[in-house]
Design a protein around this ligand. Structure first.
Ligand code: F6P
Ligand code: MN
Length: 296
């Protein structure tokens, strides 16, 4: 079964179907750029991170496609300082995009991805209002994983450029992997205790430097990814809107949870488009454990 057939089978609303199909069609366009747009771009994004040529290219490709389609009113991307409003759009959707997450790994040919959040209107709303989210992972295979609140489903791009069903109704299993961001010497005391407990229980380390790839692995194998608040960056490193909520929605819909340490990240309304957040994402058990350490 291909993606279009699957969306139909799940009785997905027409407007959402069009949107998911639009992103799926850009996957091979972005993938083709891996060969042509190599190297750094000599510019920095609003977070002070060096942009790779491919970050900018992927951003351009997605913004252009969305503008042309008229399918969404608001576009917020990690590579743009301001939210773009599309004039004359036929729907009211707001979209958040991390065009190429993990892009510091491009030069060493490790997995990177595109993360998308879908909002019914403007994007400065809690993640729990999202009707859907998806991510595309460019690994040995190019995969697309989506949810519209009716299960989490994964597809791979076949040789004819069509996304074919790989796994339906993904659920996060119990597992003992942990992917801990930040330097150990900068850990907050509660975080240090939490990580030490996971280690004493035999959790194995998996951290690639690509959030989307690391969370993808946790979604399939269980455990937890965290990029916490740490000394010097009390609000954390990762972006609430571009990384936290869309991947949080995916994991939540697969039976897991996402937290900022204090509570469900999906319940938090961000104050600005570039807001950062501490993040814990993975199994319910691990999320309950960190929240109990934060409370103590
Ligand atoms: O987008 C930010 C990001 O590249 C994530 O994909 C990744 O998890 C994180 O930063 C890695 O950060 P660091 O280099 O500090 O480990
Ligand atoms: Mn990112």
């Amino acid at each position: 079964m291909n993606l279009a057939e699957h969306l139909k089978k799940k009785s997905t609303e027409e407007k959402i179907t069009e949107l998911i199909m639009l992103f799926s069609e850009q996957a091979s366009v972005i993938r083709d750029e891996f060969v042509t747009s190599r190297g750094a771009a000599d510019t920095k994004n609003v977070y002070g991170e060096t942009q790779m040529a491919l970050d900018k290219k992927a951003d351009e490709i997605l913004i252009d496609a969305l503008k042309k389609s008229g399918l969404v009113r608001w576009i917020a991307t990690e590579e743009q300082p301001d939210i773009i409003e599309v004039e004359g759009a036929k729907n009211q959707f707001g979209i958040t995009i991390d065009p190429l997450d993990g892009s510091s790994l491009i030069d060493v040919n490790l997995a990177v991805g595109t993360i998308v959040g879908i909002y019914p209107g403007h994007v400065l709303e809690p993640g729990n209002t999202m009707p859907g989210a998806l991510y595309i992972l460019y690994g040995p295979l190019t995969t697309l994983t989506y949810t519209t609140g009716n299960g989490v489903h994964e597809f791979y791009l076949d040789k004819d450029g069509v996304f074919k069903l790989m796994e339906e109704d993904l659920t996060i299993p119990d597992g003992k992997l942990y992917a801990p961001g930040a330097l150990r010497r900068d850990y907050m005391p509660y975080h240090k205790k939490f990580i030490e407990q996971l280690e004493s229980e035999g959790y194995k380390l998996r951290f690639s430097g690509s959030f989307v790839a690391d969370v993808h692995q946790i979604l399939h194998k269980g455990g937890l990814f965290t990029y916490p608040a740490f000394k010097g960056k009390e609000t954390g490193k990762l972006r609430h809107l571009f990384e936290g909520t869309p991947m949080g929605k995916m994991v939540f819909e697969a039976g897991g949870a996402v937290s900022n340490g204090k509570g469900n990240l999906l319940d938090v309304k961000p104050a600005s488009v570039d807001e950062r957040t501490p993040i814990y994402i993975g199994g319910k058990k691990e999320i309950a454990l960190i929240e109990s350490y934060v409370k103590r």
